[in-house]
Structure formats: structure tokens, C-alpha cells
Design a binder for this molecule. Sequence first.
Ligand code: CA
Length: 256
Amino acid sequence: MQAPSSAVRRAICIALVEDEPTQRLMIQTMLESTGFEVRAFADTLALRRDSTHRDVDLILLDWELPNESGLELMRSLRESGQSKKPVIFLTAHPDEQRVVAALDQGADDYILKPPKAAELSARINAVLRRVGGEQATASQDVSPYVLDHTACVLRINEQAVALTQREFELAAHLFRHSGETVSRDSLMIAVWNTSPNVVTRSIDTFISRLRKKLLLDGTHGWKLEALYQRGYRLSRVGESASVEPTDSGPAANARD
Ligand code: CA
């Protein structure tokens, strides 16, 4: 029912390296159900053979693998300059030394196996926000809005807008996904780092406040809409209709 937004922006793509077939399938399914695209590999050789791993957004790497360990793979990809993509390790052992070694050598995070869907997704989003979010938004033309991720300041025509940290993160997420329909669940995970199963009433309040503060009503050429039962969409005025038809009647009743 919801049109894929690939015309506007592709889904976040994760390379998964896990040698245990049941685990691999379980994690892949988990990721796909949360909206990620997945390229799954049974070992590091399979990943090395497939050059498309260079295009992924993040590598989810099992620690113990045949041929070479996940840590060895990460080191080699980075040293050879083949991939500087963020890496999250999957490990069955909460071994402190191991974790320290991985983080020391540049891993971005680690998750204990078996992972839980909400945690996995939240950790991935947190890492992507930290590592890649800045570039993603910076490379997008969102003028006249300018997002300074280092200072967490948003400016409209050079004028800083007073935002809380959470409001800034919400704005950054929406701009990063501009033109797409962003579900409440994905906002809960990406911005609040929370399971979507909690009460999400306050999202409406945040959205409403953000729209007022940033004048996302078309004043500056951008519009933040509530899409009835589907979520929200931030888009340039005139852009949304060509991407996906907007709900008319019911949307007007959405609390925003
Ligand atoms: Ca393994």
C-alpha cells in the first residue's frame, strides 16, 4: 500500500556476515522487518568476493567465523582502504577483553547474541546517526535550512533556531529522509532509541513544535505533513505529490 521510496532514497543497507545459517536467517529477517535492506554472507570470503559490500551502509559482523575472524576482516578491510564502513560486532561472549579489543581497533559497537529486534535496530541507527548521519544530511540540499551536527545547531537563512537536543535529532532524521514517509515506529527507534511499543503520543507534540519552530508549513519551501496512520513526511513544497499521493480527508484529522 505504501509506495516504495527508492525513487527518492534507497533503504539503509546492511552487510551481515554470520556463518551459522539459522542465526543468519533470523538476523536477516529481523533487519528486513525493521526496514533495512540486507546482504547476507556465510563467511568473510563470500563478502570479499562480492564487491557490492562496498556500497552498504554498515557491516554487522559475527566474531567467530571460519577462515578468519570478524576482527581480522574488519582490520583488513580498513587497512586496505576497501571499506571504512561502520562495523557492529555480534558476539556470543560478553568477554570484556574481546569487546575492548574490538572497540580499540575501531569497531563502532557490539551486540550480544542472540540479538533482539528493537535493540539491533536501535544500535544500528545510533551508529549510523553518529558516524554517517552528519555526511548524509550535509550532502543533501536542504536549503535554506542548514544543520550543524557538531554544534547541534539548525539555522534558517543563517539564523539559529533554539531547539532541544531531541528536537534537533528529530529534525536531522526527517531531513535525512526527506521525501519519504517516516513511520512513528521508525522515529521511536531512530530518535528516541525506544521500542515502538510504547505510547507514542508525545511524537505528535514534538512534530507540532518542530513545525512551528522551523516554519515547516511551506514558508521556507518545506512542508512537514502528518499522513494518517502512516507517519510523517518532510518534503519540499511541490515535491510530495509527485512522489506519493497525499491522503486528503483523514490527514486533516491527524493530531498535529
Ligand atoms: Ca560464528
